[in-house]
Design a binder for this molecule. Structure first.
Ligand SMILES: *[C@@H]1O[C@H](CO)[C@@H](O)[C@H](O)[C@H]1NC(C)=O
Ligand SMILES: *[C@@H]1O[C@H](CO)[C@@H](O)[C@H](O)[C@H]1NC(C)=O
Ligand SMILES: *[C@@H]1O[C@H](CO)[C@@H](O)[C@H](O)[C@H]1NC(C)=O
Ligand SMILES: *[C@@H]1O[C@H](CO)[C@@H](O)[C@H](O)[C@H]1NC(C)=O
Length: 957
């Protein structure tokens, strides 16, 4: 709003003032004209603001022409308050608590031009007081509580140019009072409660240039409400409740600036601005626009900026014929699918083009828009960048093409973009990226192009500060461009950890700069994401030697001992008892885990010092998937088998206690199959979920800090925890029962103990892994990835090497199995024939292996020999067995049945399941030795003992 310069003051006043000021000290408070609390500037201006005055100060000079009494405590202006100031031109009364102004309070102020009454308590326009102020040019009545504007309020204010009525309590436009203001140039009615603008509301304000109506509750506008405002240039209708486009603006031929943002307008019709050819600015954001007429913005040759967002019903690009001076064009969130080919023939001075969030599939050449500085095309469906697309855009600084479907960029596409600093190509389908000629880039985003696996060279991006790449390994080249890829350049080894990169000091463009700048440029910090680190190592997969040696150790031990256990358990080809079967199956699982660690050690060795080159290939390849599958499958199956073993133990212990008999072998085999299938599913699930196994080079969906989806991991860990809990409960119960019955020396004791040890150790090692899988969920815990990696690499496969070691060294069964195995091998080499039996196949070997001494019952002497040789090597308590089997060459030793007697014998016969039955049988028998022998035999056959006793004669036949 322009304030015209005040006209020269009356000569008389000037002269008088000049005389006065010449007479006394200028502005002196002591002199008559300037009262104590005020300051006078010696030029007729008196400032009494903020002095806490409760009434007008006394003793003001009659020649005062500018009086400021604002920010005081004056609540009322009495009659003739200013009658002694005929030359007053400016009166400031803002910020008092003025509630009452006497109709004659201002009378006599013929010269008054400026009156400010804002921030008072006025409830109505002081019509009487201001009526006669024919010289008034500016009147401020804003920030009062004005509800009513009397009809005669502004009568006679023929010179008033600026009127402030904003921030009041008006509910309607004071049409009649306003018609008295033929000179009004600026009017604000903002921040009131006006609900509608009637027709011809401003009809006599032909001088009005600025009209503010924002922050009202305007819902409807009469179609002729702006009639007569022929000179209006600025119309502000922002923050109202309009639901329809204000058609009334068609009658504003001079309109240059229009704002109706933050309304509820949903549609801008065709030819909306046809009456406003001079429009320069249109603010229409924050409307729920869904439709924009195609021709709405035609013929607006002064329009500089056009911003349309979210008009979701718009299907085609707006027709911008003759609207050719746009500097900024924003059209986002629509359904536009094509950009007119001639866009850049029309828009020659376009600097910003934002067409993001549309459905654009093809982009034309932007060749003509040579002023373009920013192009935003993210979230479209662009598939290809052709050679000529961005050709010649020498001013382009920012180009955002993220989240499109770009799979191909012509290798010359960016060559002429000399000024480009920000390039965003993230989340496309790129397989390669033309690096040349982008050396000026500050920021480059390539993240989300999962097929972009090629390495980037730091040399191509000398000025890069921020980089995001699909794979962390691509950052390696930027951390330390010299550390391993370029061994020819200098001092870099210590920089490799600091994640900062120093540009090559010797290149030509830095040479051109002076030394200091050179230093600074050299220290450019590159921020590269995703960050490399323990789980994305640039150089060595297994990081430190401590981890490496441990993993090697685990691998070798797991491999050797698991093979050993598997060999001894399965080589015999007997029909295994369930418990042993489970121990064997656990070993198989552990062996697979061993193979998994073996893969890692092998990979570490192969990629020695250059893991970055292999990382992407490994993580995205099927090798990683396979390894991940192995790891998850083996760990899951081991836990499930262990749980089955625990259940089996507890069940068979129950059988002992109840002296009953039960054979769950079949059920357990089915359960084992189910467990196998479960583990298979667990291992396979991540295969179908992209990225689970490729989150880290360890190929586990386990803690990597940035796991894609924690859901799977957490579920898995929770289930495993549950399994361990179950085992713990089963076993606690089992031990409680056992203690009551005191079966410590039972033949089953060793297996029960063994399983207990397995549960204990596996659970211990499971805990840290479980904890770390939850760690990413608990943000409060921040664990360094190094530690997480070490824990994962060591504790995860550790049970796999410990389980078989426990079995081999602490389980007596292993020794026996081992001896049998050795004997089996040597015997095989010797006599060769074991093929004895009626049953054939495995049944024969079963026999042979377990209690061959009973073969005499079937009349086979060869078997007897085997038995003898075995028995001879056995401790004394078992030799009693020999007699009953007609092995004549041997001495008969009475069966003494010391404590642990069956324990030993039982282990010999390897079928501890029936130990309880043996017990009972023996105690009933008078002939311990024979009974013992028979029992042993029948056990080997897997028959229940009682039935046995009846069957003996038949078998002897
Ligand atoms: C105005 O008057 C009130 C009491 O009526 C007083 O508390 C306040 O301090 C005064 N304001 C000024 C600025 O002196
Ligand atoms: C505003 O005007 C309404 C009537 O239009 C009245 O009820 C209300 O009290 C006024 N508010 C103030 C702060 O004066
Ligand atoms: C507009 O002003 C003219 C005088 O300038 C007056 O005659 C006329 O009545 C006014 N119109 C309205 C609607 O008040
Ligand atoms: C845009 O409008 C002009 C005149 O209204 C018309 O001649 C032209 O064909 C239109 N352009 C398109 C692409 O529809």
């Amino acid at each position: 709003m322009r304030c015209p310069p005040l006209p020269p003051r009356p000569l008389l006043a000037a002269l008088a003032w000049g005389l006065l000021s010449a007479a006394g000290p200028s502005g002196g408070a002591s002199s008559g004209p300037c009262p104590a609390p005020c300051t006078c500037d010696g030029d007729g201006g008196t400032d009494c603001s903020g002095r806490g005055l409760a009434a007008l100060p006394h003793g003001l000079s009659a020649f005062t022409h500018s009086l400021d009494i604002s920010m005081n405590n004056i609540t009322r202006l009495p009659e003739d308050a200013f009658k002694n100031f005929p030359y007053l031109e400016e009166l400031r009364l803002a910020g008092n608590d003025l509630a009452f102004i006497h109709p004659k309070a201002l009378s006599g102020l013929k010269e008054l031009r400026v009156l400010t009454l804002q921030n008072n308590q006025l409830k109505t326009v002081p019509n009487g007081a201001i009526r006669g102020l024919s010289g008034l040019q500016s009147l401020r009545l804003d920030a009062n509580h004005i509800t009513a504007v009397p009809e005669d309020s502004f009568e006679g204010l023929v010179q008033l140019r600026h009127l402030w009525l904003d921030d009041n309590n008006l509910t309607e436009v004071p049409v009649i009072p306003l018609s008295n203001l033929p000179s009004l140039q600026a009017l604000t009615l903002a921040l009131n409660k006006i609900t509608d603008i009637p027709d011809f509301a401003f009809t006599n304000l032909s001088s009005l240039v600025v009209l503010h109506l924002h922050n009202n509750k305007i819902k409807t506008l009469g179609h002729h409400c702006f009639d007569g405002l022929n000179n209006l240039e600025t119309l502000d209708l922002n923050y109202n409740n309009m639901v329809e486009f204000p058609e009334a603006i068609k009658t504003l031929p001079s309109l240059k600036e229009l704002g109706f943002h933050s309304n509820s307008i949903s549609m801008i019709p065709d030819s909306a601005f046809i009456g406003n050819p001079l429009l320069r600015t249109i603010h229409l954001y924050d409307n729920p626009l869904s439709f924009v007429g195609n021709s709405a913005f035609q013929n607006l040759s002064d329009l500089h900026s056009l911003v349309i967002r979210g008009a979701s019903m718009v299907q085609s690009f707006p027709n911008l014929t003759e609207t050719s001076n746009l500097e900024s064009l924003t059209f986002t969130g629509t359904k536009i699918s094509t950009i007119p080919v001639d866009l850049c023939q029309e828009q020659k001075i376009l600097r910003t083009l934002d067409l993001s969030y549309n459905n654009i599939k093809q982009i034309p050449s932007f060749k003509g828009c040579s002023s373009l500085e920013e192009i935003y095309l993210q979230h479209n469906q662009i598939e290809e960048i052709r050679e000529d697309t961005f050709q010649g855009l020498a001013s382009l600084r920012t180009l955002d093409l993220s989240r499109n479907l770009i799979h191909q960029i012509h290798k010359e596409a960016f060559t002429t973009l000399g000024a480009i600093t920000n390039l965003d190509l993230s989340f496309n389908a790129l397989t390669s990226f033309p690096t040349g000629s982008l050396s000026g880039l500050n920021q480059l985003k390539l993240v989300g192009n999962t097929e972009l696996k090629e390495a980037l060279s730091a040399k191509d991006f000398m000025k890069l500060r921020s980089l995001s790449v699909p794979y962390a390994y691509q950052c390696c080249a930027f951390w330390s461009c010299d550390s391993y890829l370029n061994s020819n350049t200098e001092d870099s080894s210590h920089q490799s950890q600091s994640q900062s990169v120093s540009n090559d000091q010797g290149t030509s463009d830095t040479d051109a700069l002076n030394g200091d700048e050179n230093e600074e440029l050299g220290q450019t910090i590159i921020h590269c994401t995703p960050t490399t680190g323990a789980f994305k190592p640039c150089e060595y997969l297994l990081g430190s030697w401590m981890i490496r040696l441990t993993v090697w150790f685990i691998f070798l031990v797991a491999l050797f001992f698991n093979m050993l256990v598997i060999l001894t358990i399965f080589a015999s080809c007997t029909s295994l008892p369930s418990c042993k079967l489970f121990i064997g199956l656990i070993s198989v699982s552990n062996l697979l885990m061993g193979i998994y660690t073996g893969i890692l050690t092998f990979l570490d060795a192969v990629s020695w010092g250059r893991f970055a080159e292999y990382g992407i290939w490994w993580e995205t390849g099927s090798g990683c998937k396979g390894a991940g599958f192995l790891a998850i499958f083996s760990s899951e199956s081991a836990i499930l088998f262990l749980m089955l073993a625990a259940i089996e133990r507890s069940l068979s212990a129950k059988v002992i206690l109840k002296k009953g008999k039960s054979n769950h072998q079949k059920q357990f085999r089915i359960a084992a199959t189910l467990a196998f299938l479960c583990a298979l599913v667990a291992g396979c699930l991540p295969l179908f979920h992209k990225g689970e196994y490729s989150a880290s080079p360890l190929c586990l969906p386990f803690p990597t800090g940035e796991t894609p989806s924690l859901g799977f991991t957490v579920t898995l860990v929770l289930l495993n925890s549950l399994a361990f809990l179950l085992m713990a409960i089963i076993y606690t119960k089992l031990y409680c029962n056992l203690e009551k019955e005191d079966l410590s020396e039972n033949t089953q004791a060793s297996m029960i103990k063994h399983v207990a040890w397995l549960i204990f150790t596996n659970c211990i090692f499971f805990c840290p892994v479980a904890f770390f899988s939850f760690a990413p969920l608990i943000t409060a815990i921040s664990i360094s990835p190094e530690i997480m990696k070490s824990v994962t690499l060591i504790f995860f496969p550790l049970p796999a090497c410990l389980n078989p070691v426990l079995y081999v060294f602490f389980n007596p069964k292993f020794k026996e199995d081992w001896k049998l195995l050795i004997w089996h091998i040597t015997k095989k080499n010797g006599t060769g024939t074991v093929a004895v039996n009626t049953q054939g196949g495995c049944g024969t070997q079963d026999f042979y292996y377990d209690c061959g001494m009973y073969t005499h019952l079937q009349g086979n002497l060869t078997m007897c020999e085997c038995c003898e040789s075995l028995l001879i090597s056995k401790p004394v308590p078992c030799k009693h067995l020999i007699k009953s089997h007609s092995c004549p060459a041997l001495t008969v030793v009475p069966c003494q049945r010391p404590d642990g007697y069956w324990s030993d014998c039982g282990t010999q016969s390897a079928h501890s399941d029936y130990a309880d039955e043996e017990d009972s049988f023996v105690s009933d028998s008078s002939d311990q030795v024979q009974a013992c022998g028979r029992a042993c035999f029948y056990q080997t056959r897997g028959f229940p003992l009682v039935r046995y006793a009846y069957n003996i004669p038949r078998i002897k036949d």
